[in-house]
Design a binder for this molecule. Structure first.
Ligand code: ADP
Length: 571
């Protein structure tokens, strides 16, 4: 168990440990040699907790044996009151009784001698169990008992001046069957009462000890299961607590509790933050950038000084929350705004430029029909570009809102569609050559949304051309895989770094490097394409790429799409 108990818990544990030790000494007396005594262990190590509980158990067992010896009693039995059930239950250790048998022994607090002693807090001596009416409904019946004494187990709480401030009965102690056929007397009762005080106090201590341990364990487990990183440093500059999330953040694999924190954490900004926090200067929350093997993560760090009730500084606690994704989205949103404004302004500038040129020239007839046609053609294609951008934005918003892009399923001819998109893109750029490579005979017709499949091809081909600024071949690979159609759009362009291969399909995600920055885009195209493949056509899309060599975007769709299922997905 990791150790987190900077406050009263440790002191309480230490007090209990000492008390147990004293009792053990008192009891062991001269019979015990030093060598037999369990060695005291440091108060805050986990073995000490186990040892102290074990020591308490051993002490109690010896005490029970000693009572049996002193009273010349054949049986000794401890019964502990359980509040929830209202019963007195037999607890180990016992003497002269089968402990397995004892496991299920209980007596209601309202019944028998056991109940009466517990309720009234006064001892009872009985000389003939068989005829004594008080032994009815008591355990005494179960075990061949002739005579005995039952005394209450009382614990007393004293103040500093040793005055009793509180007293409570926690159970009873039975001594039964005096040896050699003799009977117990009043002197035995007084002796047993005195020894019951020790028994009561050990049991109470063990109980408390277990409770404190349990609380401590629960607290530690709670910290361990937090998804935020939790770090507690001591005023001496050591790590007092580091939960599993924090260990993962700092790539710490061994137990570092007790080690100087600057040595473990290394990051200067965090070390400064903790040091000024420990010095009493509450630093404002800050953002921690950690880079492990080129992967950067960002954490929001908040800290607070931990003080005892008396105002003593116990340490400085910090919580670390991973905000990398949030930061990335923020970054992408702002770069999207910049991109979108650029994307909107570029076609608008062209439209405005060419249309006003034509307008100014109307009266003077400067431009002939060919030129006018060319200018108007540019205006129309820029308008299309604007419309595409607006459609992309609206479609993204629709997908975001959980709406589908309203598929329109039909059976349509596949090869002509592929040829058409290839031809259109071929015309779009002179420096690129788009071709189709068939590996299998493709089905004549397939079921799907023709427009949306066109959109998928157009988008991927557009990208292939856009991200191959040097020009080159763009190949559409077409194959069959079972009943699925498999397409690959291959370019020889700038490529995509490995850590972006999944992310390019996220909305607004653009590779932010030297090559890519010069090529404008909104980061929405592949997000929409993925939706059209996955959702509309129940297919799958992925990309293979090598930076500097090129990329191939692969997607597969069923040739015999189950319309009912597809409609359900898009409802
Ligand atoms: P946009 O092209 O408008 O930025 P996309 O969603 O179409 O948005 O693409 C997302 C990102 O994926 C691009 O910004 C680019 O970094 C990368 N990408 C897409 N296609 C290619 C390609 N064929 N080659 C290299 N990078 C690509």
């Amino acid at each position: 168990m990791s150790t987190f108990a900077p406050d009263g818990n440790d002191q309480e544990l230490e007090r209990l440990r000492k008390e147990n030790e004293n009792l053990r000494r008192q009891l062991g007396g001269s019979q015990e040699t030093e060598a037999e005594m369990p060695k005291p262990v440091p108060a805050d190590s986990s073995t000490s907790e186990v040892t102290t509980i074990r020591e308490g158990d051993i002490t109690l067992r010896r005490l029970v044996q000693r009572i049996a010896m002193i009273l010349q009693s054949e049986m000794i039995l401890i019964m502990f009151y359980e509040r929830e059930s209202g019963e007195l239950i037999a607890i180990p250790p016992s003497y002269g009784l089968d402990e397995h048998k004892l496991q299920h022994c209980k007596v209601r607090a309202t019944q028998g001698i056991t109940g009466q002693v517990f309720r009234e807090g006064e001892p009872i001596i009985y000389h003939n169990a068989e005829t004594d009416p008080r032994t009815r409904k008591d355990l005494i019946n179960l075990f061949k008992i002739q005579n005995g004494i039952c005394v209450p187990l009382i614990i007393e709480h004293r103040d500093e001046e040793n005055r009793i401030v509180d007293r409570s009965t926690i159970g009873v102690l039975h001594a039964c069957n005096k040896r050699h056929g003799e009977d117990f007397n009043d002197e035995d009762v007084r002796l047993l009462e005195r020894m019951a005080k020790n028994v009561g106090s050990i049991i109470a201590n063990l109980q408390l000890y277990r409770e404190v341990m349990k609380e401590r364990e629960e607290l530690a487990q709670t910290f361990e299961s937090l998804t935020s990183g939790l770090l507690l440093v001591s005023p001496e500059g050591k790590i007092s607590q580091m939960n599993s999330s924090a260990r993962a953040i700092f790539r710490v694999e061994t137990d570092v509790v007790g080690q100087p924190f600057p040595q473990v954490l290394k990051d200067k900004s965090l070390v400064d933050f903790l040091q000024s926090g420990l010095g009493g200067k509450e630093a404002p929350p800050f953002e921690l950038f950690l880079d492990f093997h080129g992967v950067e993560r960002i954490y929001a760090v908040q800290g607070a000084l931990v003080r005892s009730d008396e105002g003593r500084t116990l340490g400085y606690v910090s919580i670390l929350n991973d905000i990398t994704e949030q930061k990335n989205i923020d970054k992408m949103k702002s770069s999207f705004v910049a991109m979108a404004s650029h994307e909107l302004r570029t076609p608008l500038t062209a439209i405005k430029g060419f249309s006003s040129t034509l307008l100014e020239a109307v009266d003077d007839n400067i431009y002939g029909p060919e030129e006018q046609k060319e200018f108007l053609g540019i205006v129309v294609s820029e308008c299309d570009r604007l419309r595409r951008l607006i459609d992309d934005l609206l479609n993204t918003a629709r997908i975001e809102a959980g709406e589908s892009l309203k598929p329109n399923y039909t059976r349509f001819a596949l090869p002509p569609l592929i040829e058409k998109v290839a031809m259109v893109q071929n015309q779009a750029s002179e420096r690129h050559h788009v071709s189709v490579k068939y590996y299998d005979t493709m089905p004549e017709t397939i079921i799907g949304d023709e427009d949306k499949l066109d959109q998928i091809f157009t988008n991927l081909l557009n990208n292939a051309i856009k991200y191959s600024p040097e020009g080159g071949d763009v190949i559409i690979h077409a194959k069959m895989d079972g009943t699925d159609c498999l397409f690959g759009i291959q370019d020889s362009g700038i490529g995509i770094p490995a850590d972006h291969l999944q992310k390019v399909f996220e909305k607004f995600h653009r590779v932010n490097n030297e090559d890519n920055r010069k090529i404008y885009g909104t980061g929405l195209g592949l997000f929409l394409v993925k939706h059209l493949v996955d959702q509309v056509h129940l297919g799958k899309i992925w990309v293979e790429s090598t930076v500097g060599e090129g990329s191939t975007f692969w997607f597969r769709i069923p040739s015999d799409l189950d319309i009912e299922q597809a409609k359900k997905m898009n409802d």
